[in-house]
Design a protein around this ligand. Sequence first.
Ligand SMILES: [Zn+2]
Ligand SMILES: [Zn+2]
Length: 178
Amino acid sequence: MKQRRDRKVVTEPTRIGLAGLDQGPIERTLRLEAPGEQLGELPLAFERVDLEVEIRRASRDGVRVRGRLAARTTVACRRCLAPTRAEVVTEWDVMFRPPARVTPGEEGVWALEAKAGELDLAGPVREELWVHAPAWVECSAECPGMCPSCGARLADESCDCPPPGPDPRWEALEDLGG
Ligand SMILES: [Zn+2]
Ligand SMILES: [Zn+2]
């Protein structure tokens, strides 16, 4: 199979071999088809995560990784439960250093043994997704939600239920928010 020299697409990613790093940057385009299995627990059930990364030697024993990430999924609108696309697109820039040179709590720095033959992107990618995933997903900012009595989606259905309280929309929110 013919492949372009330094833009391989692989299906078993997150671990990237570092052979050749001292001769120049390593670039990879990766797709995670099962992010929940490959990255551990995530804030949303992402269907897939696309990554572009560039790895370069940053010092004698440090490695800098810059990446672009796009993650997609479909989840229920928080108000009306309609299937709604959710997306995280972000750029990141982290350092890998030998464990002895990683200060606990230092942001954007990950441990990597000086002689390691590969590095694992799972940690930084998982962190990016947790930081940037939306706390909730709504089909639109104006979504009127559902009728709390009959469950009609009020954006495209109407119903004859009498309003059960002062503002049925707030009750619908409370019902959904649990
Ligand atoms: Zn909605
Ligand atoms: Zn109703």
